[in-house]
Write a protein that binds this ligand. Structure first.
Ligand code: RB5
Length: 146
């Protein structure tokens, strides 16, 4: 069965979003678009939470989120217990965010990386495997009960 992936973006990530959707579709991945399709200013929270809920519910396997710095998206997504949103700005971090953190949502800072780098990060994150072992123990400790 084809992988189903969600993508969300604010106005800072529109251009990269369309290029990433095309790239994912070329890889045979089904993509649900939660983001804005215009460059009109909007609040990243309004698209981050619906994407997170769709991944948490199992409707979608994974997600990708884009905003200017990546931080607004990461902060919003990580409020969801079933989400591990990891910020990546290089191919190497794209690999580690899967190998060590098993991020189920990849977040990228659209205003600070090239489109070429963004596409490389997407491929690396998708193709790498979670390393498990000590990293399994660590990610299990992330949800904070207080
Ligand atoms: C939008 O100007 C910008 O604040 C947003 O894309 C993001 O960087 C927030 O964290």
């Amino acid at each position: 069965m084809n992988m189903k992936l969600g993508i969300c973006n604010d106005h800072a990530g529109v251009e990269y979003k369309f290029a990433i959707i095309k790239h994912l579709q070329e890889r045979g991945i089904e993509v649900k678009n939660f983001g804005t399709d215009t460059t009109d200013s909007m609040d990243y929270t309004d698209v981050a939470h619906p994407l997170a809920s769709a991944v948490e519910s199992g409707e979608l396997e994974k997600g990708i989120a884009l905003c200017g710095t990546g931080n607004g998206m990461a902060m919003s997504l990580n409020h969801h217990k079933g989400i591990r949103a990891g910020l990546a700005w290089s191919k190497e971090i794209g690999a580690l965010v899967k190998q060590h953190n098993n991020a189920n949502v990849l977040v990228m800072p659209a205003r600070f990386i090239s489109l070429e780098t963004a596409l490389e990060i997407v491929d690396t994150w998708l193709d790498e495997e979670f390393a498990g072992g000590r990293h399994e123990r660590r990610i299990a400790k992330i949800p904070f009960e207080g």
